[in-house]
Write a protein that binds this ligand. Structure first.
Ligand code: ADP
Ligand code: ADP
Length: 226
């Protein structure tokens, strides 16, 4: 539940490589923004700067009315879902989902409530005692989303969340993500290579190339413009 503002954002890596150039974008509350573009065009770098996992070289990043350039990742009210799920293998599903809440010193009974609520939404209540290795790919992806939604973040960042799933599961999870977006009324920024995902999920699609934003359009305009 937040607007985002990216103002003239640039990223130069320590080796001198310029990965993102003059990125400008105003994102409204509850938008579903898609980043597309060839491998290496700067999509993940941009996402990681928004999450605070990568320093912004120059420019300003605003979440709501707060300039967050120097705000730590855990204080940004942002949750990120990765392609490889990034679950802790030695922890149960419950503990994986509770991790971010424990880190933020949430009381135990509240953690319990939030984890069970999220597990219910994602239909993984019956899996809470399992370890990640005892889950299917689709179940792992649900857990990864669960650990993001327990925190009720203002902004979700998803980096190719479905690309490791088979085609059938991808369709199913795409529909679930769409429902989740409506239900949670959250702002989502979503990186994908999949044209169907981009066109069906996005309110707007940002096309990147060589670190530059080439085009920003609604799915309909992108599809029908010459
Ligand atoms: P995408 O997500 O669009 O595939 P990335 O944001 O991952 O692209 O990468 C953008 C460019 O930055 C690529 O050319 C990549 O090789 C480069 N890059 C990514 N991380 C680093 C790093 N730590 N140091 C130097 N270059 C990097
Ligand atoms: P959560 O997604 O559970 O809320 P956070 O995103 O707050 O967790 O991550 C908490 C910290 O743990 C961050 O510094 C993050 O980089 C790190 N982290 C998250 N997943 C992993 C992982 N699989 N392995 C190592 N560190 C991780």
């Amino acid at each position: 539940m937040a607007s985002l503002s990216l103002k003239n954002i640039n990223k130069t890596y320590p080796n001198g490589f310029v990965a993102v150039k003059d990125f400008n974008l105003e994102i409204a509350d509850k938008e579903f923004i898609i980043f597309v573009g060839p491998s290496g065009c700067g999509k993940s770098t941009t996402l990681r700067m928004i999450a605070g996992l990568e320093e912004i070289s120059s420019g300003e990043l605003w979440i709501g009315d707060k300039l967050v350039n120097d705000v730590e990742p855990k204080d940004r009210d942002i949750a990120m879902v990765f392609q490889n799920y990034a679950l802790y293998p030695h922890m149960s599903v419950f503990d994986n989902m509770a991790f971010g809440l424990k880190l933020r010193k949430t009381p135990k009974d509240k953690i319990d409530k939030l984890v069970h609520e999220a597990a219910k939404i994602l239909d993984i209540e019956h899996l809470l005692d399992r370890k990640p290795k005892a889950l299917s790919g689709g179940q792992r992806q649900r857990v990864a989303m669960g650990r993001a939604i327990v925190r009720n973040p203002k902004v979700f960042l998803m980096d190719e969340p479905l690309s490791n799933l088979d085609a059938k599961l991808r369709v199913q999870m795409r529909i679930e993500i769409s429902k989740l977006h409506q239900r949670l009324e959250t702002t989502i920024i979503y990186v994908t290579h999949d044209q169907t995902e981009a066109l069906t999920l996005g309110t707007r699609i940002v096309v990147m190339k060589d670190g530059l934003v080439q085009q920003v359009d609604s799915p309909i305009d992108l599809y029908t413009k010459p």
